[in-house]
Design a protein around this ligand. Structure first.
Ligand code: TXA
Ligand code: MG
Length: 339
C-alpha cells in the first residue's frame, strides 16, 4: 500500500509530530547511533504489524524494543536478570541490545511469539527525544526492506521505504554505521546472538566470559534475524582473502563492470569503481554500509570485497560480510551479457 512519506528535518515541532504519529499507530523512521530504525508503538500490535508489512519481514523474526531509560525497560520484562543493571550502567544509552524474559504487556508480534524480548536504550539525541516525547516504547528494526543493506543515511531509508511509511525524521548520517550487539542474558553465561558495535572484549570486561554463537546457521533458532542471507547488496559479491586485486583484474578481463571494496589504500585503476575502507575496525564499520550503498547505486556486475583480518575486533564486520554471500544461481542470472 502506498502513502506519502513526509521527510521532517529535526526541530522540536518535528519531534512532536513524529511522537503524535507513533501514538496514533503510524510508522516513523528515525536515526539512532547505529543505523536508522523503523519505529512503531511497541504496545500496539496492529502498528507493529505495519512494520513487518513495510519491510517485507517474516513474522518469525522478532524486533527490538527501544526505551528511554532502564526504568522503562523494567516495565516490559517478567523479571530483570541482575546482570542487566550492570550492563546497562556501563553500556546504556548505547549500541547494546539485551534479550530478557518478556513481560505480559508485550504483544506477541514483537517477540515472534517467543518468551523473550530484546530491549535497547539508544544514545542518539533524536531517538531519545522521540522516546521521551511519545511516552511509549518503540519497536524498531533497521529501516530497510528485509534482507537488504541497513540504512545509515536518510536517503537509504527512502530508497527502500518511500511511500511505505508515514514519516522519516532526517537526522543526517548515523555515526556508528553498524547495528547494536545483541546479547541474550537469559542464559548463564550470557550468549552473544549478534556481534555489533559493543565488542565482545568490552562485554567480557564487565560480566566475564560470554558464550559466542555467531555462526548464522547455528543461531537461526535463537535469533531468527541471523538467518543467513541478510544485509545484502543487490550486486553479486565475491570475497578476496588477499587485497582483491587479482580477482578484480580477472573479472574486468571477462568484461564485468566491477566494484572493489578495498581494505585501506590500493593502487588506483580506472577500470573498476574503488571504495577504500579504513583499516581500523570502528572506522571501517562506520562507513561499510554507506560504501556498499554507493557501489550498489553504480549498478555494477560484481563486487569484490577484500576481507579484513580475522581477529576479535573485526567480529561484527565479518558477521555482516558473511551474510552478504549469494548463491551461484543468483550470480549466473546476472551475467553481463544477459542483463
Ligand atoms: O542497532 C540496532 O540494533 C538497530 C537499531 C534501529 O536499533 N536495530 C536492528 O534491528 O538492527 P533488526 O530488527 O534489524 O535486528 C534485530 C536483531 C535480529 O537479529 C532479531 O532476530 C534479534 O535482534 N532479536 C530481536 N528480538 C529478539 C529476541 N527476543 N530474541 C532473540 N533475538 C531477537
Ligand atoms: Mg536489520
Amino acid at each position: 500500500m502506498s502513502r506519502p512519506t513526509e521527510v521532517l528535518t529535526i526541530s522540536p515541532e518535528a519531534i512532536a509530530r513524529a511522537a503524535a504519529a507513533i501514538r496514533a499507530g503510524q510508522l516513523v523512521a528515525f536515526p539512532t547511533e547505529t543505523v536508522y530504525g523503523l519505529g512503531a508503538n511497541a504496545l500496539d500490535a496492529a502498528a507493529v504489524a505495519g512494520i513487518f508489512a513495510a519491510k517485507g519481514r517474516p513474522a518469525t523474526n522478532p524486533v527490538i524494543v527501544h526505551v528511554a531509560t532502564f526504568a522503562d525497560a523494567e516495565a516490559l520484562v517478567a523479571t530483570m536478570p541482575p546482570i542487566a543493571r550492570i550492563l546497562a550502567d556501563r553500556f546504556w544509552p548505547g549500541p547494546l541490545t539485551l534479550v530478557v524474559p518478556r513481560g505480559p504487556n508485550v504483544p506477541d508480534i514483537v517477540t515472534a511469539g517467543g518468551p523473550t524480548v530484546a530491549l535497547r536504550v539508544p544514545a542518539h539525541p533524536v531517538a531519545q527525544d522521540l522516546l521521551r516525547a511519545c511516552g511509549v516504547p518503540i519497536a524498531a528494526p533497521s529501516a530497510n526492506r528485509s534482507t537488504c543493506l541497513s540504512p545509515t543515511r536518510p536517503e537509504h531509508v527512502l530508497r527502500g521505504l518511500d511511500g511505505r511509511i508515514d514519516i522519516l525524521l532526517d537526522g543526517g548520517p548515523c555515526s556508528g554505521g553498524l547495528e547494536s550487539t545483541v546479547l541474550d542474558i537469559t542464559t548463564d553465561p550470557p550468549t552473544l546472538l549478534r556481534p555489533g558495535l559493543v565488542s565482545v572484549r568490552q562485554l567480557e570486561e564487565v560480566v566475564g566470559p560470554i558464550r559466542r554463537q555467531t555462526l548464522p546457521d547455528a543461531t537461526i533458532a535463537r535469533s531468527p534475524g541471523s538467518m543467513k542471507r541478510h544485509y545484502s547488496p543487490t550486486t553479486p559479491v565475491e570475497f578476496a582473502a588477499d587485497d582483491g586485486w587479482e580477482q578484480v583484474a580477472a573479472l574486468v578481463d571477462q568484461g564485468f563492470r566491477v566494484g572493489w571494496l578495498a581494505f585501506g589504500k590500493v593502487k588506483v585503476i580506472d577500470t573498476a569503481v574503488i571504495e577504500e575502507l579504513p583499516i581500523e575496525p570502528r572506522n571501517y564499520a562506520a562507513v561499510l554500509f554507506e560504501a556498499l550503498h554507493r557501489l550498489d547505486d553504480a549498478k555494477l556486475d560484481r563486487l569484490v570485497i577484500a576481507l579484513p583480518p580475522e581477529s576479535d575486533e573485526w567480529l561484527a564486520v565479518h558477521d555482516r560480510l558473511a551474510r552478504m554471500s549469494q548463491t551461484k544461481a543468483s550470480r549466473e542470472r546476472q551475467r553481463p551479457e544477459e542483463s
